[in-house]
Structure formats: structure tokens, C-alpha cells
Design a protein around this ligand. Structure first.
Ligand code: MGD
Ligand code: MGD
Ligand code: MO
Length: 768
């Protein structure tokens, strides 16, 4: 029996129930209901005029980059209606709220009272309207001037015995300009402690792709998606999280392409799709997208991929020279012999059995892979958040390399990014493990010695704060407490900090579970007009396919007091660094072109940045894998040998994945419905296979506790409604962030430190 236990509500995770309603699981996505539901959201929050203005500018050339996902916009023809989806509209509505909260609001409500609200209720309060401070021992945020706030931060940072006692987190909405300035400030101050949301997201992809293909980004363009013969979608729910991707899949199908979906759940958008911007199709009922649906057990993707590799080898042995792309393999890769040796020791039948997928389905998909050459594999969090996540991605690279499916039209890797500028933030140097070349360029351009020692990733940062080694926590956006694993442990870590600072647009739980002193610095969002020194500014971002383009806010900011992220960093840097280095922060904040000129000097691929970012649609960054040039140690693409999942799951245990509902953006809860999955009005649910429900002898919709035990600590998620759902036996699913209490902070992917948010071993316990 473990001695320590984390359980039960509190300010970290208030427990509140909705009124659950169930509907049949939907297999169609988008179409009329989607647009209707999104439209209602916009009108609730914005004036009709500004709503229309915003939507028409969304993802248009020269318009606003949608703060939703990182899916690219078409290079050529964009819909005149605007390139938006239901969830993009919700993202806009959430940010562009007219309602605002200022010091008057915080006088009326204590922090402890606010912490009793759910995340959904917090989001509805409105935009943060002025800088706020919570003094040690107080339960009220009060107003503070910007200059006082900067002085307070500077005082704390100067008092630390080393810059490495400060941690600077970034979420992925921060623009290139703000991200570049931020990392410059942090490194000039003296640390590489720059953890970001990417550590919890596509870090496993970055690690696996850099090692095997020499570039941590995907290789395909939208045109490739349209031209592919086969697209395999693994561990991703595009209908909810990247709805605009469905249009690309539909184009692929129209060109004769086939789609294989690998997922423990029959997700709506994967099965059928109606383009909301195509009225005729809405009437006719949409396109069947998926040709073969493989309902895999959670965390058995290496087994499936390895089974396909074995079958390919067998076919190659029967028809030598016809199955593998030998000319590509010989000229561009390394390690084929060891891979073949390894595959010969594997038993394809056993691997297939391990996936839980019927054999005929695995073979049906295999036929498509065998008989086509232009293959793209798309993936997201279903592959990246496991102990063997890096192996998942290395194994899919093996498949593409055997087929020569990389760096050719219609073929390649497609890790589908999450936050709208998470890829750009990394390009700008938001990374705890900067490359020496990057630091050398910073040194050359700005004439200071950047720190060389690697900093903390997210999971290291949590431990450091808990152990007293991280004393000041600064967050450029995001919601660290709710997004990270082990909510109670992380809460304690944050409370032990001397100072926590959040640059934010909206109130969230990380403001309410805070350090001894806490600051909230309210900033402009993507949709807001940004005027500096009398001049309207625009920012730039990089999408999932490496296109850098501009984004310019169109709406009047909710309060005149708000500052842009760039301005906040510049003023903080001046206050903290004084004359330590010779950088004119003020000048850069007055004119973002000057920041872009510096980016051009430091980061390869940004030549003529100011000129090219002004071209409609922006420009592509160089991508070596796309050119079949592999920038690895040997200058070859690398075959690797990968490990199957080795979860030690007991008889009475299940493997739990945390997933997003249709009505949320990460920790921002837009609404209480998960419409496509037919679960309405309730987030405290655990989706289970009917046979597992029977095995646990649960009554219909019985309220249960879900428990995980790692490193001697029992973690209890109290009060979740057990629901029968089409999910493989032995697997179950709960929503992120409510289920984060169960994810242990010390368990993460080998080699990438991404928490195991998609494979937590749990028990279902009856409530006494
Ligand atoms: N509307 C909306 N859009 C978003 C977001 C949002 O919250 N809301 N978040 C953004 C961000 S930051 C990100 S990273 C992306 C996330 O996009 P996704 O990765 O699509 O998001 P998740 O809900 O985490 O979904 C993971 C999918 O993987 C499947 N899965 C889980 N475990 C496994 C497994 O072991 N194997 C396989 N094959 N599949 C598995 C789940 O069933 C689910 O369909 O979306 C971005 N876009
Ligand atoms: N269990 C589990 N945990 C997960 C995941 C999972 O699948 N399962 N997914 C992980 C993934 S993929 C990610 S990316 C992380 C997300 O982690 P984060 O990026 O930290 O979380 P978000 O919920 O996206 O952050 C939302 C907050 O950002 C602020 N914000 C919004 N727009 C802006 C802006 O323009 N500027 C500034 N400064 N602030 C802004 C608002 O205050 C809002 O409350 O969560 C991770 N955590
Ligand atoms: Mo993400």
C-alpha cells in the first residue's frame, strides 16, 4: 500500500458535475450543425459587426492568423468566405470577448472564491484588462502599475543566486517577433531555462525526426497532401483539432487517394466530412474519408508499424527489387541491413495480435501500402505522449524510407502541430537545448556571451520548483498548472516559488494556484490591433508546414492599458538588464521590422524577411528532408530499431489516454459538449469498453474513482461517470485537463521527456 496519496478537488481541480446527456456517436463532422454551433458562440461574445469583420479576415492573405491550430492555409485559392472552421471561430470568440475583468472585479472576488469556479466558468469572465499583483499572504489581486510590476520582477531576478533559478515558460501562441525577443532577453539575463508547451506536445516528433531525417519538422506541403496516393493518419483527431485538414484530405480523395486511420476511437472527422464552406456538399451529405479504419489498442502503434515492415520484407523476399525502393535506400539511407536482420527475428502474426486489430483489416491497409509509392503519414498526440513515443515516430520513418516515400511529391512526414505558432517559437530559439550554431549567431549579432549549459524542460522545471531550485516562474502565455502532469504535485511546486508571473489574455487556474507573490500581466491577443509608436504593427508566425506569414489584428483591444507581448518583453529587459548589453529594446518595440532584421541575421532561411513576409501568403522556410538531403551525422537518413510498448498492465488495470473534447482548446473550455462523440453537458467521464464495464461490475453510468499509482504515490481522480464507448478492451479515455491529476510527473518518453499523457495505467475503483 502506498503511503502518499493525492486526491480530491480543491483549488487545483474543482469537482463539479453537469447534467450528462448522451447521443449516438457521430461519424460525420462539420456541415451545418458545426457552423451553427460556432456562429452562436461568436454572437454571444462579440458584436455582430466585429464578428463578421474578423471571420472574413481569418487566414486570408494579409489577415489574422487563426489562433486555433497550426494547419496551413492554401497557397493559392482561398475561400472568399474566410478560411475558418468551427473551432477556429470558437478560438476567436473566446479571445475577442467584449467582457473584461479589472482590479474592481478582483476587489469583489477572492482568489479562493475564484478557484472554486470550473475552467469553463473562468473563461467566461472576460479578458484581463489591467496588470495585477497578489502580495504575499493576501487573497486578493490588486492593481499595480506596469513600471512597478517590472521593478518587482527585476528585484526578484537580481536577488537570485544564479539566473538558473528562474524559469521562463512559453505557450505556442507567441509570435516570431515576441519569441525571438523573449529568448534574447532570457539568454542575455543568463539562462537557457526556456521550457515550452512543445515539451508536452511534439517534442517526441522533433527528437525522432532530427535523429533519423536531420530536421525536426515535417517534410510535406499542402500540395503533397492533395497528391498523395495513401495518407495514414495515426493518433490524431482532425475533425476536432485540425478541422481545416479535412479539406486537404477531401482533395486527396477526389484525386483518387486512399486514407487509413489508426485510432482507438472511431473519430468523427476521420470517417466522414462535409466541408462547411461548400453548401452543395452539405446538402448532399459529405465525403467518406477513411477507407480503412484500424481500431488499435492504446500504445500499440509500434507493433502495427513493425508488422507492416515485416510484411513488406516478406513481399520483397518474394519479389526481390520490387517492393523496397532500393535506389533511394542505397543512395540516401543507412542501417538497412540491421533493420532487415531485426525484422527477421519478429513474428508478424504475434505483432498483429498485440495491436488488437482484426488481421484482415491490417492486411487490407497493408495492400494499400504495398501497392503505392506516394505515402504520407500524419500524426499528433496519439503517438507523441507515450514512454516509447520517440520509437513510434522512428518506426513510421522506417516505413516511409523502405518505400522511398520522402522528399517526393505526394510523400513524406506530416507531424500535425498544435498551437498556431509552436513551430515558429522553436525556430526563434525557444528551446532549453539550443544548438551551438544558434548561440554563436546570437553572440555575433548582439555581442554577448549566451549561456551554453542546457536548461529545464517542462518536467525538469516542475521538479526544480518543487525542490527549491526554481524560484521565479515566468510564463509567456499558457496555463502551466493545468497543462502539465500531476496537478497536485505541480501545484505544490508553483506554491513554493517566490514569484510567479503570467503574461496572459484570459484568467486561468495558474493565476489562482500561485507563488508567494504573483503577477498577471495582461497582453494583446492575435485578434487585437497593435499600434506602437503611432504605427500599426503586424507579427509573423510559422505554420505546421514551414510557411512563415504575417498576422495582423483587426479589433479594438478590450482595454487601453494592455501591452503587446513584444512591448512587455522590451520593457522588462530594459529594467532587468540595464546597460548589461548593448541592445536598443525600445527601438525594436517601436518597430517590429527591426526585430525581423535581427532574426534575419541570426536564423538561417529568413533572408529578406521584411520583404518576403509582406508578400501575400508569406514564404516557405528551407526544408532539407523535402529535398532528399538528410542533415544527420552521416548525411544519410537513418533506419532504426524500435521498442514495442512494455506497459506492465495488471489484470484489473486499464491503459488510460487523456483526450480533448470538441468544445475545448487545451485548458480553455469553450463549452461542455463533445458533440461528435455524443457526450453532452459533462466532462467528468471515463470512456470504457462495455466488457470492461461488465468486468468491473459497474452499474449503468456508475460514478467511480480512477486511480493511478506511480513511484509509491496513489493519485485519485474522484467522481467520474463510467460510460460504455466504442474503445478497445483494456483501454479507456478521459478528458485533459481534468485527468491530469493521474499523470505522473516523473514518467515521460525516453529521449524526449514528453509526459505519458496517452498511456497512464489506471484502476477503476467503486466509491464507498
Ligand atoms: N479545437 C481544438 N483544436 C486544437 C486543440 C484543442 O484543444 N482544441 N489543441 C491544439 C494542440 S496544442 C494540439 S497538440 C493538437 C492536438 O491534436 P490531437 O493529437 O488530435 O489531440 P488529442 O485529443 O490529444 O487526440 C489524440 C488522438 O489520438 C488518439 N490516440 C490516443 N492514444 C493513441 C494511441 O496510443 N495510438 C493511436 N494511434 N491513437 C491514439 C485519440 O483517440 C485521439 O483521437 O490540436 C491543436 N488544435
Ligand atoms: N494530460 C494531458 N496533458 C496535456 C496534453 C494532453 O493531451 N493530455 N496536451 C499537451 C499539449 S499538446 C500542449 S500544447 C499543452 C498546452 O499547454 P499551454 O499552452 O500552457 O496551455 P493552453 O491551455 O493552450 O493556454 C491557455 C492560456 O493561454 C493564454 N493565452 C491565450 N492566448 C494568448 C496570447 O495570445 N498571449 C498570451 N500571452 N497568452 C495567451 C490564456 O491566458 C489561456 O488561459 O498541454 C499539454 N498537456
Ligand atoms: Mo500541443
Amino acid at each position: 500500500m502506498s503511503s502518499k496519496e493525492y486526491k480530491g478537488g480543491g483549488p487545483e481541480v474543482p469537482i463539479e458535475f453537469g447534467k450528462l446527456k448522451l447521443k449516438a456517436v457521430d461519424t460525420k463532422s462539420a456541415g451545418l450543425p458545426a457552423v451553427w454551433s460556432a456562429g452562436v458562440k461568436v454572437v454571444e461574445n462579440m458584436t455582430a459587426g466585429s464578428a463578421v469583420k474578423t471571420l472574413f479576415k481569418l487566414n486570408q492573405k494579409g489577415g489574422i492568423d487563426c489562433p486555433g491550430c497550426a494547419w496551413p492555409d492554401p497557397d493559392d485559392d482561398r475561400s472568399a468566405l474566410g478560411e475558418y472552421c468551427e473551432n477556429g471561430v470558437k478560438a476567436i470568440a473566446e479571445e475577442a470577448m467584449r467582457r473584461q475583468i479589472d482590479a474592481g472585479f478582483f476587489r469583489k472576488h477572492t482568489v479562493s472564491q475564484l478557484a472554486e469556479l470550473t475552467d469553463y466558468e473562468l473563461g467566461k469572465l472576460g479578458r484581463l484588462a489591467e496588470p495585477l499583483v497578489l502580495h504575499e499572504g493576501s487573497d486578493h489581486y490588486t492593481s499595480i502599475s506596469w513600471s512597478e510590476a517590472f521593478r518587482l520582477i527585476a528585484r526578484h531576478l537580481h536577488e537570485l543566486s544564479s539566473p538558473d533559478e528562474a524559469i521562463f515558460y512559453t505557450s505556442g501562441r507567441t509570435s516570431n517577433e515576441a519569441a525571438f525577443l523573449y529568448q534574447l532577453f532570457v539568454r542575455a539575463y543568463g539562462t537557457n531555462n526556456l521550457p515550452d508547451c512543445s515539451n508536452m506536445c511534439h517534442e517526441s516528433s522533433g527528437k525522432a525526426l532530427s535523429e533519423t531525417l536531420g530536421i525536426g519538422k515535417g517534410s510535406v506541403t499542402l500540395k503533397d497532401m492533395h497528391e498523395a496516393e495513401v495518407i495514414i493518419i495515426m493518433g490524431q483527431n482532425p475533425g476536432t483539432n485540425h478541422p481545416r485538414m479535412l479539406s486537404a484530405l477531401e482533395k486527396c480523395k477526389r484525386n483518387g487517394g486512399k486514407i487509413i486511420s489508426v485510432n482507438p476511437l472511431p473519430e468523427a472527422g476521420l470517417i466522414n466530412f462535409t466541408d462547411p464552406q461548400s453548401p452543395l456538399k452539405i446538402l448532399k451529405g459529405g465525403t467518406d474519408l477513411t477507407d480503412v479504419f484500424l481500431q488499435i489498442k492504446v500504445n500499440e502503434d509500434v507493433a502495427l508499424l513493425k508488422a507492416w515492415l515485416c510484411l513488406l520484407l516478406k513481399a520483397e523476399e518474394q519479389r526481390p527489387g520490387e517492393v523496397f525502393d532500393w535506389s533511394f535506400i542505397k543512395s540516401h539511407t543507412k542501417g538497412i541491413d540491421s533493420l532487415i536482420e531485426h525484422l527477421k527475428t519478429q513474428d508478424a502474426e504475434a505483432l498483429i495480435a498485440q495491436t488488437g486489430i482484426p488481421k484482415d483489416q491490417v492486411l487490407k491497409a497493408f495492400d494499400l501500402i504495398l501497392n503505392h509509392k506516394k505515402i504520407i503519414i500524419c500524426w499528433a498526440m496519439g503517438l507523441t505522449q507515450h514512454k516509447n513515443a520517440v520509437d513510434n515516430i522512428r518506426e513510421l520513418v522506417n516505413l516511409l524510407l523502405l518505400k522511398g516515400s520522402i522528399g517526393k511529391p505526394g510523400a513524406g512526414t506530416c507531424p500535425v502541430r498544435g498551437h498556431s505558432n509552436v513551430q515558429g517559437d522553436r525556430t526563434m530559439g525557444i528551446w532549453e537545448e539550443p544548438k551551438p550554431e544558434f548561440l554563436d549567431a546570437l553572440k555575433e549579432t548582439f555581442d554577448f556571451e549566451p549561456p551554453r549549459q542546457h536548461g529545464f524542460a517542462v518536467v525538469d522545471a516542475i521538479q526544480a520548483m518543487y525542490n527549491g531550485k526554481g524560484k521565479v516562474f515566468f510564463a509567456m502565455g499558457g496555463n502551466f498548472l493545468s497543462a502539465t502532469p500531476d496537478t497536485y504535485f505541480t501545484a505544490e511546486a508553483m506554491r513554493r516559488c517566490d514569484l510567479t508571473i503570467h503574461v496572459s489574455t484570459k484568467l486561468n487556474r495558474s493565476h489562482l494556484v500561485h507563488g508567494k507573490t504573483a503577477l498577471i500581466l495582461p497582453c494583446l491577443g492575435r485578434t487585437d490591433i497593435d499600434i506602437q509608436n503611432g504605427q500599426a504593427q503586424f507579427v509573423s508566425v510559422e505554420n505546421s508546414m514551414g510557411v512563415v506569414h504575417s498576422s495582423q489584428g483587426q479589433l479594438k483591444p478590450p482595454s487601453r492599458v494592455l501591452k503587446s507581448e513584444v512591448r512587455i518583453i522590451a520593457e522588462l529587459a530594459k529594467q532587468v538588464l540595464k546597460d548589461k548589453i548593448n541592445i536598443d529594446w525600445e527601438e525594436m518595440a517601436n518597430n517590429y521590422d527591426l526585430i525581423r532584421s535581427k532574426i534575419e541575421q541570426v536564423i538561417p532561411g529568413f533572408d529578406h524577411y521584411n520583404e518576403r513576409v509582406r508578400q501575400p501568403g508569406g514564404f516557405y522556410l528551407p526544408n532539407s528532408a523535402r529535398e532528399q538531403s538528410f542533415d544527420t551525422i552521416d548525411q544519410k537518413a537513418l533506419f532504426t530499431i524500435n521498442e514495442l510498448s512494455d506497459l506492465d498492465v495488471g489484470e484489473d488495470e486499464l491503459v488510460m489516454m487523456t483526450i480533448r473534447s470538441h468544445d475545448q482548446y487545451n485548458t480553455t473550455i469553450y463549452g461542455m459538449d463533445d458533440r461528435y462523440r455524443g457526450i453532452l453537458n459533462e466532462r467528468r467521464v471515463v470512456l470504457m469498453n462495455a466488457q470492461d464495464i461488465e468486468k468491473y461490475q459497474l452499474a449503468e453510468k456508475e460514478l467511480v474513482n480512477v486511480v493511478s499509482t506511480y513511484d509509491g504515490i496513489r493519485r485519485v481522480a474522484e467522481g467520474f461517470i463510467s460510460l460504455p464507448y466504442p474503445i478497445p478492451q483494456g483501454s479507456c479515455a478521459m478528458y485533459f485537463p481534468e485527468a491530469n491529476v493521474l499523470v505522473p510527473a516523473k514518467e515521460f518518453a525516453r529521449k524526449s521527456k514528453t509526459p505519458i499523457s496517452k498511456s497512464v495505467i489506471v484502476k477503476i475503483e467503486k466509491r464507498k
